[in-house]
Design a binder for this molecule. Structure first.
Ligand SMILES: [Zn+2]
Length: 375
């Protein structure tokens, strides 16, 4: 990889510390308000654990890349300045020029002691990820990600990603046309899904970064730190903002490929949607660009495929979130909030036993490919 530099804080081959991935037992709905909600703690040899671990590493590395860090610094400085000028909650009290040092400490701490991760069907709207924040304290040097809320990831997406990784791994090198076609399709889906989940991981940690600096959950995100159509009321959406900057303008749309033989097991197609004078318009993302990202080459902006036609965003296809919603296992509630009390606060009666469960220091590597997951 000549001409390719990585920042010192971005260990393309490294570790994630104290990783704990919890999931709901198959066919059982956990009671989130029980002191021992009955989550299954996944073993590091579990293929879903490996799948999620790989995309956690990818998302973290995006944030740790020079461009990823630069956008996080700008978000941090903007959020702090905005709240200070309006006397809104802001925990950060140092000079804003020192934010890069706080960022490096934050990213290092997150990588060394990762948030509790939930792999669950219980996702609002069946998006790819969602996080909940809590008051984490007020001493920046004493940050504990595992007390600062959790991150949930969509179990169906991760299971489908593991599914195509296994197909690609098993069929690699086969010569008969049926196997070649299945392998090709599995690879394309693996790439799309890994990329999408890497971006999702980064998105959720951007929210944690803003909360880290501002403090209380009700501090909100300044409305201008957003992407058109993603802010709600006077609250911005820092995750979408970071994504759009990282992609070089625009946001991702993940829609169903009706011709895909994998059906609801597919990872869909990815479009890059931009604001134009005609409204939001999308073009399919270049496969080469996605492959660059999976090889940890993060410096270029997102490129559309050269042969893709620009279309109105609402005509791109059925959102994969809707496809997933229609194929949820029976009886799965989509809106379960683990370890929260009925006021939406993290309950230590539930969190403390979870934080005594086993966690693992795991090795991670680049690039992201099926053998990382399935071998
Ligand atoms: Zn968000």
């Amino acid at each position: 990889m000549s001409g390719h530099t990585s920042s010192a804080s971005s260990p393309f081959n490294g570790t994630i510390g104290h990783l704990r991935i919890l999931t709901d037992p198959t066919g059982v709905i956990v009671n989130p308000f029980s002191p021992s909600p009955g989550y299954v703690n996944l073993d590091p040899n579990n293929l879903d654990f490996k799948t999620l671990k790989a995309v956690l590493h990818l998302g973290m590395s995006m944030l740790e890349s020079p461009r990823g860090e630069q956008i996080l610094v700008e978000i941090g400085q903007n959020a702090v300045n905005y709240n200070r000028q309006r006397n809104l909650p802001c925990l950060y009290s140092d000079n804003v020029n020192n934010i890069p040092n706080y960022l490096r400490y934050f990213l290092r701490t997150v990588r060394g002691d990762f948030y509790n991760v939930y792999l669950t069907h219980a996702m609002r709207f069946q998006g790819e990820g969602e996080g909940q924040g809590a008051l984490w304290g007020n001493n920046f040097r004493d940050y504990r990600p595992k007390t600062h809320g959790r991150i949930k990831f969509n179990r169906m997406v991760i299971e489908n990603l593991r599914h195509v990784a296994v197909i690609a791994h098993d069929l690699r090198g086969r010569q008969d046309p049926v196997s070649v076609a299945r392998y090709e399709n599995a690879m394309k889906n693996f790439e799309v899904g890994s990329f999408l989940m890497g971006i999702t991981v980064a998105h959720e940690i951007v929210h944690k970064w803003v909360r880290y600096l501002l403090g209380p959950a009700n501090a909100g995100t300044p409305p201008h730190i957003s992407f058109p159509g993603t802010a709600s009321g006077n609250r911005g959406e820092s995750g979408w903002y970071w994504e759009s900057r990282f992609l070089g303008g625009g946001k991702l749309e993940n829609v169903e490929d009706q011709a895909n033989p994998l059906g609801w097991r597919q990872l869909g197609k990815l479009y890059l949607v931009r604001e134009t004078a005609q409204g939001q318009m999308g073009r399919e993302l270049s496969r080469r660009y996605i492959q660059d990202i999976l090889s940890f080459r993060f410096e270029g902006p997102a490129r559309p495929a050269t042969n893709s036609v620009e279309q109105r965003a609402e005509l791109l296809g059925k959102p994969m979130a809707r496809v997933r919603l229609e194929n949820l296992p029976a009886g799965i509630p989509i809106n379960v909030a683990p370890e929260e009390d009925s006021q939406g606060r993290i309950s230590s009666a539930i969190l403390d036993p979870i934080n005594r469960m086993a966690a693992h220091n795991v090795r991670v590597s680049a690039p992201i490919r099926p053998s990382v997951v399935a071998a």
